[in-house]
Design a protein around this ligand. Structure first.
Ligand code: SAM
Ligand code: SF4
Length: 344
């Protein structure tokens, strides 16, 4: 499906929960955010139905995110149901009774990925692989254990590293590491992250965005993608690359001749909006045309009051037409929902 600006929209990011087992300093206040009530969180069978409708409209790529997706009970069953690798299980997290022919994925034309903080990954990596998950991105902003605790509020660095190792061991390759770059916090580690490319990791530096809960002090912490590249170029030879899978809004580079790529996601400094191909579904069932705008379309109420698939497909079309040409973060229009609520 095309939006008003000719962009093909084929990627749906699905937040399965607004809960999280970390408190990253740019994302969640220490006391947490006000959580959506359990009854208002989309049930798995509702997510499966929406994915099926989206796939029917031409969406090809789906990503499970959060909050932290691995803290939601029954997540493996959802992955299996979406990819058809295993039937829905009958437990308290009802995956619905959707017949096999209503399962959304068809052959290799659809892909399912997940973004996780990795804390529970050593336990979940193998079941996720078996259930048919295609790719994993792990968010990790430092390679230093003590600093990890300062950034996330928890002493979980060793667990994340164990999760990363396990994910690779069970075949999630290339594993992508997302690093939110912060001046004075982790910009001294840029070179250490780049060296991970030598081991085949794909490292993606993300510019810090000012969400409402943690917007104060943002400009002091912000470091642009170009500034990170300058730092990297002091030590490594880097060159732009178009090889490898399409990178969406990321600018991709190679360092030396190492197998892993280095990506830069620059929502602030170079407004990646012209390459944006996505919609986002919040955990409480709102479809958002853009992470950084407050426009949202309620899907949960129609889902729960008898709307037909065609009605819901109409709401997807409507949301696609609401996609703005670009966001307005530079003008300090900060979105109301945080990243954890929308799904990063
Ligand atoms: N909990 C999972 C995780 O951290 O990977 C998934 C959800 S998290 C909201 C998704 C991504 O959003 C993470 O890579 C995180 O670093 C990023 N993120 C959160 N707040 C951000 C901010 N203010 N600026 C840039 N990236 C942010
Ligand atoms: Fe949780 Fe991810 Fe937000 Fe960190 S970035 S607090 S792990 S949702």
């Amino acid at each position: 499906m095309k939006d008003r600006f000719g962009r093909t929209i084929s990627y749906l990011r699905i937040s399965v929960t607004d809960r999280c087992n970390l408190r990253c300093l740019y994302c969640m206040p220490v006391q947490g955010i006000s959580l959506v009530q359990h009854k208002d969180i989309l049930r798995y069978e509702e997510i499966v139905r929406l994915v099926r409708i989206a796939a029917g409209l031409g969406f090809r790529k789906f990503r499970l995110t959060g909050g932290e997706p691995l803290v939601r009970k029954g997540i493996i069953g959802l992955v299996g149901t979406l990819t058809r690798n295993c039937p829905p299980r009958n437990n308290t997290e009802n995956h619905g009774t959707s017949p096999r022919n209503s399962v959304p994925f068809r052959g290799k034309s659809h892909s399912l990925a997940m973004t996780t903080n990795g804390v529970l990954l050593s336990e979940y990596a193998r079941p996720l692989k078996t259930a048919g998950l295609g790719r994993i991105n792990v968010s990790l902003d430092t390679l230093d254990r003590a600093k990890y605790q300062r950034i996330t509020g928890f002493d979980a660095f060793d667990r994340v590293m164990a999760g990363i190792r396990k994910a690779r061991a069970v075949g999630f390759e290339p594993l992508k590491i997302n690093v939110v770059a912060m001046r004075g916090i982790n910009d001294d580690e840029v070179g250490d992250f780049v060296r991970l490319a030598r081991e085949g990791f794909e490292v993606r530096f993300i510019e810090l965005m000012p969400f409402r809960v943690r917007a104060e002090g943002w400009s002091d912490r912000f470091i642009s993608g170009a500034q990170i590249r300058e730092k990297i170029a002091q030590t490594f030879h880097i060159r732009r690359t178009d090889e490898g899978p399409a990178a969406g809004p990321a600018r991709m580079y190679r360092a030396e001749d190492w197998p892993g790529r280095i990506g830069f996601i620059e929502p602030i400094s170079s407004r990646f909006c012209s390459a944006c191909n996505r919609l986002r579904l919040t955990a409480d069932g709102f479809l958002k045309p853009c992470l950084l705008s407050d426009v949202e379309v309620d899907l949960k109420t129609p889902l729960r009051t008898g709307a037909t698939d065609e009605d819901i497909a109409g709401l997807f079309r409507e949301t696609i037409l609401e996609k703005p040409r670009g966001h307005h973060l530079k003008e300090h229009k900060i979105p109301v929902r945080t990243m954890a609520q929308v799904g990063g």
